[in-house]
Every structure is written in C-alpha cells, then in structure tokens.
Design a protein around this ligand. Structure first.
Ligand SMILES: Cc1cc2nc3c(=O)[nH]c(=O)nc-3n(C[C@H](O)[C@H](O)[C@H](O)COP(=O)(O)O)c2cc1C
Length: 197
C-alpha cells in the first residue's frame, strides 16, 4: 500500500503518485479519461494523455475543433480520471479548462513526432470521413507539402490546462473500505476532507 500524506500539497501528491505508477509499470500511466458536456448537457468521455502541470493546471493537447474542442468552447467544465489498476488507485480532477498560449502550444507541437504533426493537419478530428484510404491520401499530400520543412502547428490544434476545483485521491482497500482523500479549492488554499467509500 502506498503511503499518502494528506498534509502535503495536492499537486505534490499527484506528481508522486504519477511517478509511482510509472515505476510500477502501469501501462499508459499518464492517460486520463476526460469528460466534457455539449450544449444539450450531454456528456462525452474519451482518453487523452496528461502532459504535465503548467501553472498549477493539468495539461493536455488536442484539436480545438473536434468534439471535445467544441464542447469546451461553450462549457469549460471538465472532469478527468486516472485509473491505475496495478496500484488500485484512481485520481479524479474536476475543474475548468483554459487554453494554453500559442507559444506554449507551439513548443509542445514542435516536440511531437513528425507523423503526428502531419496528422494534426490531415485530421479534422471527430468529423465524418469518406474512407480511411481517403484520409491516408490526405496524409501523403500534406507530407509532400511540408517535405524538407518544419511542420508548423495548425491554428486549430493546441493545449489546455485543467484548473482544478477539486482533486480526489482514491485508494482501493479490501472489503470495499476504500480511502478517499479530497482537496477542495478554497480561494488560494484547499479544504481537506475524507469521503465515505
Ligand atoms: C491512450 C490514449 C491516449 C490518447 N491521447 C490523446 C490526446 O492526448 N489527445 C487527443 O486529442 N486524443 C487522444 N486520444 C484519442 C482520444 O481518445 C479521442 O479518440 C480523440 O481525441 C477524439 O475525441 P473527440 O471526438 O471526443 O474530440 C488518445 C487515445 C488513447 C487510447
């Protein structure tokens, strides 16, 4: 069982937990389920990669015009969940998103594999497509366009940070007597309390 120090800052606890998950070999330990809602209040969940803490927010990158991008344009409320079965642990973060700056998104985009950069131009994320073959043709055309050049970041692709309102650390225990440690934002500080399993 991992020891958990509730007196510590939640971001510090998060980073330590994440490191443990990596050390223990949890596959895709930095993957999180991200829930958004559309204008009809219909929720939608998908997995995205957490890409580090920026200004005390949990960052991820995506297409701003896809399903989640459209949801976030009109409703900034999100909830994410990391689940690490090897550790019997989950971490839930509820909050609102803010877009990263162009410079921040540029810096991350530049670090991506070239094919991912090409894909960001080729994919109108979440839109209907004629066939996968047609999409592959688009990839080839964009590869040609940028041959021998740096691929610039598409303006519709970039990052968000999730600014947390609440962070819950959940530890599975035998008999379903799970431990739940909650940090709730209170101005610049955190209220700390436990929740019943
Ligand atoms: C392990 C894993 C990591 C993923 N990471 C990302 C990511 O960081 N950004 C992203 O846009 N999509 C990522 N995806 C794809 C998304 O789950 C999703 O299919 C895509 O973003 C389109 O979602 P949307 O149509 O709801 O906007 C990932 C999928 C998996 C399985």
């Amino acid at each position: 069982m991992m020891s958990f120090d509730f007196k510590k800052d939640p971001f510090e606890n998060f980073l330590e937990s994440l490191k443990q998950a990596q050390i223990k070999g949890v596959p895709d330990h930095n993957a999180m389920a991200l829930a958004t809602v559309n204008e009809k209040n219909e929720p939608s969940v998908r997995i995205v990669f957490y890409k580090g803490l920026i200004r005390r927010g949990f960052s991820f990158y995506t297409n701003y015009l896809g399903h989640k991008g459209k949801d976030l344009e009109q409703n900034k409320n999100v909830s994410v969940n990391f689940f690490w079965s090897h550790l019997d642990q989950q971490i839930r973060v509820d909050g609102v998103v803010e877009k990263l700056t162009n410079d921040e998104s540029d810096a991350y985009f530049a670090s991506r594999a070239r094919l991912s950069q090409i894909g960001a131009w080729a994919s109108n994320q979440s839109e209907k497509i004629e066939s996968f073959a047609a999409f592959e043709e688009k990839i080839v055309a964009i590869e040609k366009k940028y041959a021998g050049q740096t691929v610039p970041r598409p303006p519709h692709w970039g990052g968000y940070i999730i600014v947390p309102r609440e962070i819950e650390f959940w530890f599975g225990r035998s008999g379903r007597l799970h431990e739940r440690y909650v940090y709730e934002k209170n101005n610049q500080d955190w209220n700390r309390f436990l929740r019943s399993p």
